[in-house]
Design a protein around this ligand. Structure first.
Ligand code: FE2
Length: 349
C-alpha cells in the first residue's frame, strides 16, 4: 500500500471494520495488518457489518471502539462497510445516541477520525460526506450527511476491487452510473457536477453497452473505479433523484442489490429528462454516443430486476413518500408519490 505513512500517523489504536469477505479476499486487510504490525499499531477487527448496515450494528461496533479506546476507525470493504465505518466513528463518540439521533443531527457531531479502503467500484463513499444506514427501528434505508461523514483519509486503489465477482461488479457499476446520471439531471446540479458526471458516464458507458464485466484488465478495473469516484463527487454536490429513493424499497423489501434497484428506474428518469430537461437529455445522448433505446436495453439486461409485488403493494408502498422527498423534488419535472406508484407498477411483469 502506497503512502502508508498517513495510515500510521493517525493514531496508535485502530478498530478495523469490515464485512465477511472482501477485506480478506481483496488482500487489503492483510496489507493493513502488515503495516500495523511493523509499526506497533494496536488493532481489533470487527467483521460483522452486513449489507445495508443496521444502525444497531454500527452502535455495537461504536461501543467496541470506545471500550478499546480506539484512536480511529478503518473501514475496509464495499459501500456498506465504508458507510458503516463513518457511523461507527460517530456512535463511538456519542454513546447516548438512539437509532434516530444519528439521523437527526442538526450540526456536525464529535466523531473519531475515519480511514477508508474501498474494495468495490460503485458507492463513491470514499469521497462523499454521506452514509446510508438502515434504521434498526424502522427497517428503512436513509442517508445521513454532513462534514462529520467524510473520510479523513481514503485509499482508492483499484487493485483491491479485482477480487469482486461479476454480479457485484455489475451492480456496483450500475450504482455508479445511476449516481452520475441522477446527479447530472438533478435540479441541484451545477457546472462542476456536470463535469464529474460527464466523465463518469463516458468511462462507464462502454462497459455497460458491451456488458463487459468479466476478464477485465488492470486498466479496466482502474477506469471503472475512477468512474465510481467521479460519480461520487457528483452526488456529493447534487445528491440523487427518485431512482435512489424508490430503489431503497426494492432493496429493503425484495432483496435486490442497490445498484440494480436504482438502475431499474433509469428508463423513467430519462423519459422525464427528455420531457422536462431536453437539453440535459441531448447532452447525455452526446456523452453515451449511441441510440438511447440501445443504451437502456443494455442497462435493463444488466439490472434484470424481477419483482413479486402486486399493484396494491405498490399503491400502499408509495404512501410512504406522500409527504414529499427531496430526491423527488429535484428530479426532472418533479416526482410525486403517485409517480412512484406508477414506477413500481411498471416493474410488475
Ligand atoms: Fe447509490
Amino acid at each position: 500500500m502506497e503512502n502508508s505513512s498517513s495510515l500510521i500517523n493517525i493514531g496508535k489504536k485502530c478498530l478495523i471494520v469490515t464485512g465477511r469477505n472482501s477485506a480478506v479476499s481483496s488482500g487489503a486487510l492483510d496489507d493493513v495488518i502488515k503495516i500495523f504490525d511493523a509499526n506497533d499499531i494496536e488493532y481489533k477487527i470487527f467483521n460483522e457489518i452486513e449489507p445495508n448496515p443496521l444502525t444497531e450494528t454500527c452502535r455495537y461496533a461504536g461501543a467496541l471502539a470506545s471500550e478499546f479506546v480506539a484512536d480511529y476507525i478503518l473501514g475496509i470493504g464495499g459501500g456498506s462497510v465504508l458507510d458503516a465505518a463513518k457511523a461507527v466513528a460517530i456512535y463511538c463518540e456519542n454513546p447516548h445516541f438512539s437509532h434516530s439521533d444519528i439521523y437527526n443531527r442538526v450540526v456536525p457531531v464529535k466523531h473519531l477520525p475515519v480511514v477508508l479502503i474501498g474494495t468495490t467500484a460503485g458507492t463513491g463513499s470514499e469521497v462523499t460526506g454521506v452514509s446510508v444506514l438502515t434504521s434498526s427501528e424502522t427497517g428503512l434505508k436513509k442517508s445521513i450527511s454532513g462534514s462529520d461523514c467524510y473520510a479523513d483519509i481514503a485509499f482508492c486503489d483499484y487493485s483491491y476491487t479485482k477480487s469482486t465477482n461479476t454480479d457485484v461488479r455489475i451492480s456496483t457499476a450500475l450504482d455508479a452510473l445511476a449516481h452520475s446520471i441522477e446527479a447530472f439531471v438533478a435540479s441541484s446540479s451545477n457546472e462542476l457536477v456536470e463535469l464529474y458526471s460527464e466523465r463518469a458516464i463516458k468511462l462507464l458507458s462502454p462497459y455497460i453497452l458491451t456488458a463487459k464485466f468479466d476478464n477485465l484488465t488492470d486498466s479496466d478495473f482502474e477506469i471503472i473505479y475512477m468512474a465510481s469516484l467521479y460519480a461520487g463527487l457528483a452526488i456529493n454536490i447534487a445528491g440523487t433523484c427518485f431512482p435512489h429513493t424508490v430503489g431503497y424499497y426494492l432493496t429493503e423489501c425484495h432483496n435486490i442489490p442497490h445498484g440494480k434497484a436504482c438502475a431499474a428506474f433509469m428508463p423513467i428518469l430519462l423519459e422525464k429528462t427528455k420531457k422536462y430537461c431536453p437539453e440535459k437529455f441531448e447532452a447525455i445522448l452526446k456523452i453515451i454516443n449511441v441510440d438511447i433505446d440501445l443504451f437502456l436495453s443494455a442497462v435493463k439486461k444488466l439490472s434484470a430486476v424481477k419483482v413479486s409485488f402486486s399493484r396494491k403493494d405498490a399503491e400502499e408502498t408509495s404512501l410512504r413518500w406522500k409527504n414529499g422527498v427531496k430526491n423527488f423534488d429535484r428530479s426532472p419535472g418533479g416526482f410525486s408519490y403517485i409517480d412512484a406508484k406508477e414506477a413500481l407498477i411498471s416493474l410488475i411483469s
